[in-house]
Design a protein around this ligand. Structure first.
Ligand SMILES: [Zn+2]
Length: 242
């Protein structure tokens, strides 16, 4: 069986509408379930727990089978020093919250996120670090905290068995025109390669991706081609149970 996993990054009150529109569009294209990457307190601004509409929306999606993934706590590095210039500024625009957190601080933030999931009756299967960046050792912390999976850009990992499935995610950088052009070329090449070599294709989208017409067109092509070729849509949590 072949699978297509579509994950939607960076859900919070400020992106709620954009993510909802993405879900509506992707549903029309044939994707029924998603892994939604949720940030409890995005950039130290409004807390998700204070946004009743966003909680209700997520609760509804969860009841219909979506996987609500803990995606950091703040998603930024405010108040943290250190980190190399390349990773923190150039590569991630200072978004790599879990890049160099101590185990204690990581556990503290994960515990707060889990409390929010519990309060809302949501199942927490997965953790995915902002920008996919976290120390290797953190896999074991996640395992001890009963997460069933995590992902990096280049692989998916079952935390029960620690088995790694190598399959690089399709992912766009849309901040500038040159980045979009480069992303389109890269993803076209990567998708062709994944179709030839992988049973699991991962498509990771950020809230603004579908707002750029050429990007939207390519993503539609990717989704429709994958479905035509027999890749079944599934969430990361669903994939973990196979
Ligand atoms: Zn993110």
């Amino acid at each position: 069986m072949k699978h297509l996993i579509v994950s939607l990054h960076d859900f919070h009150a400020g992106t709620h509408e954009a993510v909802r529109e993405q879900i509506d569009t992707l549903t029309v294209w044939g994707v029924k379930n998603f892994s939604i990457l949720v940030v409890p307190h995005f950039h130290h601004r409004k807390m998700l727990k204070d946004s009743a509409a966003s909680l209700a929306y997520l609760g509804g999606r969860h009841a219909d089978g979506d996987d609500l993934v803990i995606h950091g706590y703040y998603h930024d590095r405010v108040g943290q020093g250190g980190g190399s210039f390349f990773w923190t500024k150039l590569y991630t625009a200072n978004e790599a919250e879990f890049l160099d957190l101590s185990d204690g601080e990581a556990r503290h933030r994960l515990t707060r996120a889990l409390a929010l999931w519990e309060e809302n009756g949501w199942r927490a299967d997965g953790f995915i670090a902002p920008a996919w960046l976290m120390p290797e050792e953190q896999d074991m912390l996640l395992k001890r905290m009963n997460f069933t999976y995590t992902t990096r850009l280049k692989y998916w990992q079952n935390l029960r068995t620690l088995k790694v499935t190598a399959t690089q995610s399709l992912c766009y950088s849309t901040r500038a025109r040159w980045r979009r052009d480069a992303s389109l070329r890269w993803n076209q090449w990567l998708f062709a390669r994944l179709l030839k070599t992988k049973d699991v294709i991962r498509l990771s989208l950020h809230p603004r991706d579908l707002q750029f017409e050429p990007v939207k067109l390519q993503i539609r092509g990717i989704v429709e081609t994958a479905l035509t070729k027999g890749y079944q849509p599934i969430t990361y949590a669903g994939y973990a149970k196979l």
